[in-house]
Design a protein around this ligand. Structure first.
Ligand SMILES: [Zn+2]
Length: 103
């Protein structure tokens, strides 16, 4: 049975174990905001990344839920390549916004 197969292919996953794996995005907004989070590399699997704790003035913060759909994203594992692609796109969007803002 092939029902529910994602068109874009597997991307991220809420980790069920320490082992990096991948699955679909939690929502349509997620791929657009992925680059905004801090990702760190897995030592055992450098091709995968996970979210890091953000340290601000002695306090540590972490993103537990997707700001758009509310899915648990704390333990999300994502292909590093995917993070880089999102970052490139993010940079491009910011450039376009900046250019529009200046006009
Ligand atoms: Zn989401």
């Amino acid at each position: 049975m092939q029902v529910g197969l994602a068109r874009a292919g597997p991307i991220i996953k809420m980790a069920e174990s320490w082992k990096p794996t991948e699955t679909k995005d939690c929502c349509a907004i997620w791929p657009q905001i992925v680059a905004r989070f801090n990702w760190m590399r897995f030592e055992e699997a450098p091709e995968f990344s996970t979210m890091r704790v953000i340290l601000i003035e002695g306090h540590s913060y972490r993103v537990n839920y997707c700001p758009s759909c509310g899915a648990k994203v704390r333990d999300v594992v994502i292909l590093r390549e995917r993070v880089m692609q999102a970052a490139e796109k993010d940079l491009l969007i910011e450039t376009i916004l900046n250019l529009n803002g200046e006009a």
